[in-house]
Design a binder for this molecule. Structure first.
Ligand SMILES: Cc1ncc(COP(=O)(O)O)c(C=O)c1O
Length: 389
């Protein structure tokens, strides 16, 4: 990476951690075998997958055999929704309800919409101004016909946490499968599947210093669920296809690191966030800068800061920031290219023109207080110039 580049788009993707990269290289270069082969390279490849699965299971407090590796967070979300919805309906044709929220990632929302097109009954719960779903609304929506409840752990655009434990209890009460997209939470929230009433949980490696295109789905033992992919008997027949061994090995190394350094990661992200927000507010004032999401650190992930800047379009600001060597984003990576106002901010009640003033800074390894100060200074200078026009 360019040494002076300030990368504050870690919620879109994180650079690979050197230890994860080393694990990747070892698997790719040293013993590049197929884990289904019986020879020594094959056995070595299999053992790398076992090591990674054990690391991830330790980090999450679950059994290794409850985890299957996927080709990323999107596949994990799709496998969770389609797999649980179809299995529930096969057991009981009356169970066709899907309950989710308006702020889910498109990997969940579009999968749920597809299920609705296949005859499932979809309920999309609204959120409040902080982006949080109400337990009372969920209570009214979840019932004996609910097949799947899918609610994310923490939002990718705002960081807002959802009451997943309470919603999981509700789902359990009615025999519904509880799915949680924890793609942004891994590495920043302590996820204990021994205590959290969740049946399916989606994860992605590239948000925690692992490679892109690798993810995992946790499937609690006994959960009504069927596979998405058919073919070979990999992943105990739950995800066919030759495993991405280097990617999985690197994911395991990154997950281990993220678990071992969770408190330090949280503190560092929070400090950088505070320095950037404080610097922006001091220079531009609260009349110009507003925070989208939950301002209380107990109610949000520490590594995401979504702000609105009055009178400045995010596209122009992001272009100017990029020219000055700062990477941020205009919302989620998937929507920022499409000029659509963010569905998350819209669901939180923001008018379309305010969605287009919003910028997401997200933090990770390598970000420092000095970088936050410099970013605040450069952003404030650009904003003052653009607002004068
Ligand atoms: C909350 C959330 N879910 C799912 C995904 C999709 O993960 P992947 O990029 O690994 O497909 C993302 C990625 O941005 C995300 O932030």
């Amino acid at each position: 990476m360019e040494p002076t580049y300030i990368y504050m788009d870690h919620a879109a993707t994180t650079p690979m951690h050197p230890e994860a990269l080393q694990a990747y290289q070892l698997a790719a270069l040293q013993t590049p075998g197929n884990p289904s082969s019986l020879h020594r390279w094959g056995r070595q490849a299999r053992s790398r997958i076992t090591t990674a699965r054990d690391s991830l299971a330790r980090a999450l407090g679950c059994r290794p055999d409850e985890l299957l590796f996927t080709g990323g967070g999107t596949e994990a979300d799709n496998a969770a929704l389609f797999g649980a919805a179809r299995a529930q309906r096969a057991r009981d044709p009356q169970r066709i309800g899907i309950v989710t929220t308006a702020v889910e990632h498109h990997a969940v929302l579009h999968a749920a919409e597809r299920l609705a097109a296949e005859g499932f009954a979809l309920t999309v719960l609204p959120v409040d101004a902080a982006g949080r779903v109400s337990v009372a609304d969920a209570e009214a929506a979840i019932g004996p016909a609910t097949a799947v409840v899918s609610v994310m752990y923490g939002n990718n655009e705002t960081g807002t946490l959802q009451p997943v434990a309470q919603l999981g209890e509700l789902a359990r009460l009615h025999g519904a499968v509880m799915h949680c997209d924890a793609v942004q939470a891994l590495g920043y929230a302590r996820i204990d599947l021994g205590a959290l009433p969740v049946d399916l949980l989606s994860l992605s490696a590239h948000k925690i210093g692992g490679p892109q295109g690798v993810g995992a789905l946790y499937v609690r033992t006994g959960t009504p669920w069927e596979p998405l992919l058919y073919g070979g008997s990999q992943e105990r027949r739950r995800r066919a296809g030759t495993e991405n061994v280097p990617g999985i090995a690197a994911f395991g190394a990154a997950a281990q690191l993220a678990a071992d350094t969770l408190d330090a990661r949280r503190e560092q992200a929070e400090a950088v966030r505070e320095a950037l927000l404080g610097g922006l507010l001091a220079r531009l004032g609260p009349g110009i800068v507003s925070v989208h999401g939950d301002p209380d650190c107990q109610g949000r992930l520490p590594h995401i800061l979504n702000i609105g800047i009055e009178g400045v379009s995010n596209e122009t600001l992001l272009m100017n920031l990029d020219l000055q060597g700062i990477a941020a984003s205009g919302g989620s990576a998937c929507t920022s290219g499409s000029l659509q106002p963010s569905h998350v901010l819209t669901a939180m009640g923001l008018a379309p023109h305010l969605c287009k003033n919003s910028v997401r800074f997200s933090f990770g390894l390598g970000n420092t207080i000095e970088q936050a100060d410099k970013t605040a200074e450069i952003t404030a200078t650009i904003v003052a110039r653009l607002r004068k026009r």
